[in-house]
Each structure stands twice: as C-alpha cells, then as structure tokens.
Write a protein that binds this ligand. Sequence first.
Ligand SMILES: Nc1ncnc2c1ncn2[C@@H]1O[C@H](COP(=O)(O)OP(=O)(O)O)[C@@H](O)[C@H]1O
Ligand SMILES: [Mg+2]
Length: 352
Amino acid sequence: MSIIEARGLKKVFKQAVKDPGLGGAIKHLLTQQYREKYAVEGIDLTIEEGETVAYVGPNGAGKSTTIKMLCGVLVPSGGEILVDGRVPHKQRMENAQHIGAVFGQRTQLWWDIPVRESLTLLRDIYQVPPAVFKKNLDGFTELLGMESFLHLSARKLSLGQRMRADLAAALLHDPKIVYLDEPTIGLDVAVKHRIRDFIKEMNRDKGTTMMLTTHDLGDIENLCERLVIIDQGRIIYDGKLQKVKDAFARERTIHTQLSAPIVGAEELFADMPEVAVESSAGDEKEGDSVPSLSIKFDRFRCTASEIVKRVMNHGEVVDFRIDEPSIEEIITRVYEGQLDSAALSEAGKGRE
Ligand SMILES: Nc1ncnc2c1ncn2[C@@H]1O[C@H](COP(=O)(O)OP(=O)(O)O)[C@@H](O)[C@H]1O
Ligand SMILES: [Mg+2]
C-alpha cells in the first residue's frame, strides 16, 4: 500500500459575495449571499514511502488546501484520503503522531518561551521517548546550527532561525511523512541551503516521505525527483522532473571555446533557421578573453554533434558545454499557460 493515497479529493469553500466598501459589507449582512469556490477539484495522488515530491503551482492553485486535508486539519468536501492507512480528519491525533508539518507562514512554537522549552513541550505532546528526543535534538541542533538560539523565545528569532526551529519541531518524533509548505520562503541563501541539506539527510537516512510546496525552483531541483503541478485545483502534471525537462526543454545552448576566433561566425548557420549564434566573444579584445561561440538550437530539429561538427570545420574547438533551460524557465512557462496541459499530462503518463 502506498503511504499517501488520495482519490477524487475535493474541497469547496463558501465565499461571501459582496461589493467593496462598507455599503457592500452591510448589503452582504442583509442578503447573505455566498458562492462556492472549489479550491481543490478532484485530485488523485499516490505517494510511495520514501519519495520526495514537489507540489507546485501558482498562488491560489490549492496547494495549502491539499496539504491541510492530508494533515487532517481540513475535512474534504469529497473524495477519499488514506495516509499511512489512516483517514486523517477522522483519526487526527493518531495521524499527527506519524506526520510532521511545517507551514512557512506560521509557527508551531510558543511565542514567549525559549525554543528549547517549546521542543520539550512537543516531546511530551507527541510522547517522544527521552532517548529519541535527546538524539534528535542533539542531531538537529548540529545539522541546523541551532545552538546559538535555543535559549531564545520564538518571538526573538529571525525568520531563518524560526524556520530551522520549526523544522526541528516537526521532526522531533521521527514522523514517517513530512509536509513542508513553503519552508524556504523569504530565507537567505545560506539558511536555504542548510534547510535543503537537512531535508535531504532526513529523507536519505530515515527514509522520511516528503511533500514540499515551494516557489523556490532551486528547492525542487535540489530535493525532488518527482514533480506534481497543480493549477486551479487540478493536477496538470505528475511525473519525473527530468521528463518535463526532456519534453519541454527543446532548446539547448552549446558554448564552445576556440583556440582562435572564427571570422564570420554569425553566418555559420545562416542556412539553418532553427539555429542561432547567440554570442561570440574574444574577437575584439586581445588576450583578456578566450575566443568562444555560443549557439542556441532546437534539439528536436538538429543534434548537438551537427552543431559542433560545423564549428570544428571552421575552427579549433578546445572545449564545449551544453546548457539546457532551467526548470525555473520551464515552470514559469507552465504557469503562463505557454505549455498546454494536454501536452503536459501526456508527458506525465507512464510514470514509473
Ligand atoms: N478558508 C478559506 N475560505 C475560503 N476560501 C479559501 C480558504 N482557504 C483557501 N481558500 C481559497 O482556495 C483557493 C486555494 O487556496 P490555497 O490552497 O491556499 O492555495 P495555494 O496554497 O496553492 O496558494 C484560493 O482561491 C483561496 O482563496
Ligand atoms: Mg499556500
């Protein structure tokens, strides 16, 4: 059995229909008009133990709502969920013993007591055996670099410190599943890396299943092999990160280093409209830059070796490298509707 199974999962919210301003508010009081808003519109999602899944989509897509239902915080309006054999909203307490959740926008630490005390309270709530608690607290303190602020109250922490403390809090009881909702939002690069390393380590060493929503595409590339994209309450892609790249990242750029500049490099691919010479450097200034040539091409229409061969016919190639578009560019295009969802779901089929 899979560790997370959701079938036809739905959540409808009632939203007040009102005009702006005080007049609108009063009118709403009198008319009490609501409309139904589907935040999640029939999601099927199966996650295996030990997977790290990136759950991404534009603002308002339904990511947090899905996670709240998986945590048992929200009751679904339709469909079924089974998390580690439990129905989360019906077995909330039991479910809580086996999961950890971090919401970037909110803390589960107590504001006014030292972090160390908050963690001790959570130990008691989750009934973590003392030896496990000690081992985890020591380990997390080191991995997350928390020593310097364990004695401070959550109120006094910087955002990065608070996120680290929250991660530790969510993982103290060795949960099998961890949901991370925007865990790196607003953090500086150093803290982000620390958190990524920590998440990786938990997944590798303890086999913790991780589901992560993030706007940080670096998080996705670094942490997740599987990508689930949700838009307007529906999953529009579910598959390997690499597959999205393969299917949609048509263009490649070859950067070549030459022993000497090629005269007329711009005209080298004049007969191939799908190939563009992006930049050639080194032909003007002497000595301070290596002669090079960057060529962009559509890998569905010609191959890297064709490009390199032609360059080699005109000059001596010392070295070359091929760049593919970042997942960032690809997902941005998905968000902007430049990749149609039919093609996306086609690419998602046959997921192993
Ligand atoms: N408690 C709520 N009441 C009414 N509407 C809500 C509530 N929570 C979320 N929504 C709406 O549901 C949609 C999905 O929200 P959410 O799951 O938070 O999106 P995401 O996390 O992907 O940004 C949004 O349109 C949001 O306004
Ligand atoms: Mg959200």
